[in-house]
Each structure stands twice: as structure tokens, then as C-alpha cells.
Design a protein around this ligand. Sequence first.
Ligand SMILES: Cc1cc2nc3c(=O)[nH]c(=O)nc-3n(C[C@H](O)[C@H](O)[C@H](O)COP(=O)(O)O)c2cc1C
Length: 204
Amino acid sequence: MILRPSQREQVLPLPVALISTVSGGGVRNVAPWSNITPILRPLDEIVLASWIKRDTLENIRATGEFVVNIPQASMVEEVMVCARNYPPEVDEFEEAGLAPRPSAKVRPPGIDGCLAWMECVLSEEIARENYSLVIGTVVHLEVDDRYFNDAGEMDFGRAEPLSVMLGQEGMWFTRPVRSGRFARYTEMVTGRYATNQSIPHPER
Ligand SMILES: Cc1cc2nc3c(=O)[nH]c(=O)nc-3n(C[C@H](O)[C@H](O)[C@H](O)COP(=O)(O)O)c2cc1C
């Protein structure tokens, strides 16, 4: 089967982040975002794709700042409240019953109860006719210690970060689970998979 262009997005598992911003006048905004990806490693820069008619985009243009919050799967109802199309003067923290969490380096607050808070400043906007690519520099990244080990790895089995698969008439919210295969980074260089290798954190 060959997919039509309108069906193509349905093949990709996507993350779900909540982007918090404030308007030039100080109104707080939150919106779910899936077209978002780090620009290689380390995570110094992140890119997100935004349709033109988004308060999030207007706010980022006005203030040059945003926070990428990583919600747990249990926050899906709040995610869907923030997906509604409110006028720019509506405070979406209040609408969704979300508690703000003071940010360290930017003005927009993060969202309390999320797993991680990535504070970003706008470094470039690539404007197309109907959408924009927003590139942000990550200036501060903090996580909830309860779900991360000392190496900064997420225990995603317990943390349950939210992801999504798009369908023809709606979205299936999902979350990552382990497939059973662990690959050390060195395997990409050596090509060797050691069957007797010790897998870190086997309890997870
Ligand atoms: C799971 C999910 C992912 C979304 N991803 C994007 C996205 O990547 N880009 C985008 O422009 N809108 C995306 N949206 C739609 C916006 O979240 C939605 O239009 C929202 O109302 C925008 O809010 P704002 O106008 O306050 O920015 C997504 C919605 C959902 C539910």
C-alpha cells in the first residue's frame, strides 16, 4: 500500500511535549507539541515545527523564550485541554489546572508534575508560507530526580513519558516500553554485539 501525503504522518511514533510560553503582555500559554526533535547530540539545540496560527509561535517571536516540558502519560487530559484553540488572552495554566514551576533562566514557567523542563531561547526561525521551523538553544535542562538515575538516564518504565501515533480520525496516545534489546553506543563503532555483556540497570 502506498500512503497518500495526508496519511504519511501516521507511520512515525512521535513524542508529546508541552510547550509553555508567555505573551508580550505576560499571559501564560501551554500547548502540546509532537513535531519536535533535538538537533543531534549533545542536546544544545532543538527544532520544532509550528503552523503559522499558533499563540505559541507568536509568544516565542515576542519574547524569544519557551520551555519544553515532558509530561507523563497520566497528564493526557491536561494535554488535550491545552490542545484547544483558546484566544491569546486566556491563561492556559488556569484552564488546564496546571501549576507553574519557576524557570531558572527564562521567564516562561515550566509545568509542575512534568518529568523534565528544557528551557530554551530562540536562536533562529525558518519561515515558510504556512509554517515555521523554530530553532531553540537549550540554556537549562532540569529533571525530576525521582525518575532519573545519577547518569541522567530516565527510568521510562516508571516515568511513563507520553508519546502518540497519529491516525486518520484521531490520535492514539502511547508510551515507550523496552523491546528487550539493549545496544551499547560502542556497538555502532565496533559492530560487535557482546551476548554476554552486562546490561546496566537490569532491574528496569
Ligand atoms: C499531541 C499533539 C501534538 C501537536 N503537535 C503540534 C505540532 O507539532 N505543531 C503545531 O503547530 N501544532 C501541534 N498541535 C496542535 C496545537 O497543540 C494546538 O493547535 C494548540 O491549540 C495550539 O495552541 P496555541 O495556539 O496556544 O499555541 C498538537 C496537538 C496535539 C494534541
